[in-house]
Every structure is written in structure tokens, then in C-alpha cells.
Design a protein around this ligand. Structure first.
Ligand code: IPD
Ligand code: CA
Ligand code: CA
Length: 268
């Protein structure tokens, strides 16, 4: 990356942080006054109007500053990048089922991708926690550097097992059993993005999910990598547009978690 392109990417980090805070504050207000209706995109796939409104705000703000950039968001049609532009990959609210049910555990997730994920920002507006990273610059929580945990065995680890309706119940139950059989303590808190931020912060030792979309995980992937953790090559094949399996964890449990997840042939 040229010096000019790198400086532009630093500006994207600043923009993403400011926009994540603004969007998160809006989602927080709506969550607290419960001024939204709940609908479903499919079984267990919650949607509120706040998802769409928050994504519109994020897209408007970012594309006003970086008009040549592309935009891939969970709630809108993808817009391609112009010549030399990067792509924003955004989940306006990750943890929508929590949001809709009154559980204060959700976040805004914003990543910027050129050839690689260059910027990752996750904002939890209920705890006022801003997780941010720039490739090569470390991962931070409210400005302070974070490191993945020093866990060296799964038997004393805490592992988030992602669940969604894209994988069948047998697949999920099998993954849960595999993780639990190692002696790890499994959890499922309903926000893949925040779970990854927690792995980066050392609050969890790992995260696994059979299939996850790019908007759920790209910001978190950079956070974990920059915090010294392991993440499989999520962008390979059509990861950006179609999603992929994901294993992310503290470096000391990498081999054991890869073996437990048994996502054979898909992890690089
Ligand atoms: C979901 C959450 C969930 C993960 C799913 C995602 P949403 O996103 O991150 O934890 O397991 O794969 O689809 O619907 O809350 O934006
Ligand atoms: Ca999501
Ligand atoms: Ca979402």
C-alpha cells in the first residue's frame, strides 16, 4: 500500500470510529425508549426498522466522506467501489434478536476492506465500549491496547459457539458437543461481532461458527488478529459475499480449537 493510500486508510479508521459512535447512540436511544416494531425476515431472523435506519445513517456518513468507496451492508443492496476505492462492510446492529427482546447486548460493526481488512471498528453503545483496529496498528478498547488471552488449553477456556438458522440443528448440536467435550465452557450470547471483540479483549478465549457473513465478522477478525489471536482465512473463496466458517481464538488454543471444530478443508 502506498503512503497516500495508507494515510487515507488512517482517515477511514477515524471516520469509522466517529460514525460507529453516532450510529450506536441512535440505536441506544431507540432501544431505551422501545420506539420500534419487530418483524421477521425468516424464522428467528429478527428485523426492526432501527436496523435499516442505522445502516442508512452509516452509509450516508461514510460515502459522503469517501464517495469512491463501495458499501456492503446487511440491510441494503451492495454498492461497488469506484477505481481505487475500498469497500465498507457494515452490520448496523449485530445482535438484533437481543435488541428486539430488550437484552442490552448488541453493537455496530464497521470494517473497511481493500485487498485485506484494513480497519475494524465495533461499538457497544450500552457499555460505551469502542473496539477499534487498523491493520498493523494493534487493537484497542476505548484507546487502550488489547491482547488476546494467554489460554493454553481448552479445558479452562470459554468459547462462544455461534448459532444461526443457516446451519441445521444437528450441525449446531454437533459443534456444541465437540466444543463442550474438550472441557471448554461454551456460550452463545447472540452477537458474533461482540463475541469476536471479546476474544480480542481476552474476555473469551475463542469463537466458532459453521457459517457467518462478512458484515458480522470482518471488523472482529481484524481485532482478534491485531490482538495477537488466530483467525482462519475468512475471505478466501467468496467469503466477502457469501460468508464462510469461522474459528477465531487465543494463539495458545489454536490447534485444539481447529481440531475440535473439525471444519475440515475450509481453514487455511
Ligand atoms: C447474527 C449474530 C449471531 C450470529 C449470526 C448472525 P444479527 O447477526 O451475530 O450471533 O451467530 O451468524 O447472523 O442477525 O444479530 O445481525
Ligand atoms: Ca449480524
Ligand atoms: Ca444485523
Amino acid at each position: 500500500m502506498t503512503e497516500g493510500a495508507s494515510t487515507l486508510m488512517d482517515m477511514r479508521l477515524l471516520a469509522a470510529q466517529a460514525v460507529a459512535r453516532e450510529a450506536g447512540a441512535m440505536a441506544r436511544r431507540r432501544f431505551l425508549d422501545q420506539s420500534f416494531t419487530v418483524a421477521f425476515k425468516g424464522p428467528q431472523d429478527f428485523l426492526t426498522e432501527v436496523d435499516g435506519e442505522t445502516e442508512t445513517l452509516i452509509a450516508e456518513r461514510l460515502l459522503e466522506i469517501f464517495p469512491g468507496d463501495g458499501f456492503i451492508g446487511e440491510e441494503s443492496k451492495a454498492r461497488p467501489a469506484g477505481e481505487g476505492g475500498a469497500a465498507w462492510v457494515v452490520d448496523p446492529i449485530d445482535g438484533t434478536a437481543n435488541f428486539a427482546r430488550g437484552v442490552p447486548h448488541f453493537c455496530v460493526s464497521i470494517a473497511s476492506v481493500a485487498d485485506k481488512v484494513e480497519v475494524g471498528v465495533i461499538y457497544d453503545p450500552m457499555r460505551d465500549e469502542l473496539f477499534s483496529s487498523r491493520r498493523g496498528g494493534g487493537a484497542r478498547l476505548n484507546g487502550a491496547l488489547m491482547r488476546a488471552s494467554a489460554a493454553s488449553e481448552l479445558a479452562s477456556s470459554a468459547i462462544e459457539v455461534g448459532w444461526n438458522t443457516r446451519a441445521g440443528p444437528e450441525q449446531f448440536a454437533d459443534l456444541l458437543l465437540r466444543v463442550a467435550s474438550t472441557g471448554a465452557s461454551p456460550s452463545r450470547t447472540g452477537s458474533g461481532a461482540l463475541a469476536l471483540a471479546y476474544v480480542a479483549a481476552g474476555r473469551r478465549d475463542g469463537f466458532v461458527e459453521h457459517h457467518i457473513n462478512a458484515w458480522d465478522c470482518l471488523a472482529g477478525i481484524l481485532l482478534v488478529t491485531e490482538a495477537g489471536g488466530y483467525v482462519n482465512d475468512f475471505l478466501r473463496r467468496d467469503g466477502l459475499t457469501k460468508g464462510n466458517p469461522l474459528v477465531a481464538c487465543a494463539p495458545g488454543v489454536k490447534d485444539a480449537l481447529i481440531a475440535a471444530a473439525a471444519f475440515d478443508g475450509v481453514l487455511a
